[in-house]
Design a protein around this ligand. Sequence first.
Ligand code: GRF
Length: 197
Amino acid sequence: MGLSQRLRVAVVISGRGSNLTALHTAADAQGYEIVGVVSNQAHAAGLLYARSQALPQTVVDHQSYATRTLFDEALARALDRYEPDIIALAGFLRVLGTAFVHRYAGRLINIHPSLLPAFPGLNTHARALQAGATEHGATVHFVTDALDGGPIIEQARLRVYPNETPEQLAARVLVLEHALYPQVLGRLARGQIAIPL
Ligand code: GRF
């Protein structure tokens, strides 16, 4: 397959960007291409990585838009310029509206640090420990209207250690995320994942 036929992936971030780094590092091996990075935070560390790798990038600052709909529309315009096949949310900390989610139905995916449907939302590691979970992990799923509730594509799991702190657990789950997300993009690139929507 020629370079121009690789799956075109746009990555949306808010912060550190370690999943962006993992996705970009594995792109050639997995047969996809990171065609652009969009952040809602101008100072996201992930943008420094994108710059260092000469990845095209755009900041769409949610604070510049009066409503979520206006922000979502600006985000969509920024993404569409990269002509992505897939939009991969990677540590993106805004909730997207229905119109945005529908517009990209079947092309919008997210990585979430828990074994969904357990622990949607924030602070997943502390909540998993608090609940006495013996297993924990990460999930890549299609994004729908339901917060962290879209069809699950793939999960990676680990056993929770006794007396583990949320920080220790988060660090171990992050290692799983960095392997899981590129694998899923690779499967999408090879046409091995049915679009459920
Ligand atoms: C990851 O744990 C991801 O699952 C969650 O936010 C974190 C983002 O980390 N949604 P990074 O910005 O990719 O380093």
